[in-house]
Design a protein around this ligand. Structure first.
Ligand SMILES: [Zn+2]
Length: 119
């Protein structure tokens, strides 16, 4: 009887560990970042699982909104508005690009490993 109970405890511990590994390794999930670069320089990074509204730039501006685990440029004064039309991104590696403003918004996973490989 005692042996049986120990087996159950062990099984529970293994399940918990598996759940933790899954939670921390899934891409685009909790812990992901929205990384903003202008002209190749990182100007800010924002947690994807929090809600933010950020205005990037002054004369040339893009309004970045992060809401419900997704990010989008909701307003901009660039000529082509490609960045606004891109819509919402949420998966690791997805980008919004605003060529006129040399702006790149990218989803980066919590590990940052993709970033290291890309360099
Ligand atoms: Zn644009």
């Amino acid at each position: 009887m005692k042996q049986h109970r120990n087996d159950l405890l062990l099984a529970a511990a293994v399940l918990l560990l598996a759940a933790a590994v899954w939670f921390f390794s899934r891409p685009g999930g909790s812990g992901a970042w929205v990384v903003v670069t202008v002209d190749g320089q990182e100007t800010g990074r924002y947690a994807l699982d929090q809600d933010w509204t950020v205005t990037i730039g002054e004369a040339d501006y893009n309004v970045l909104e992060i809401s419900g685990g997704q990010a989008a440029v909701v307003e901009a004064n660039c000529g082509d508005h490609t960045c606004v039309r891109t819509g919402w991104i949420s998966q690791e590696g997805e980008t919004i690009v605003c060529l006129p403003h040399r702006l790149v918004i990218r989803i980066q996973g919590a590990s940052g490993e993709l970033d290291v490989v890309a360099r």
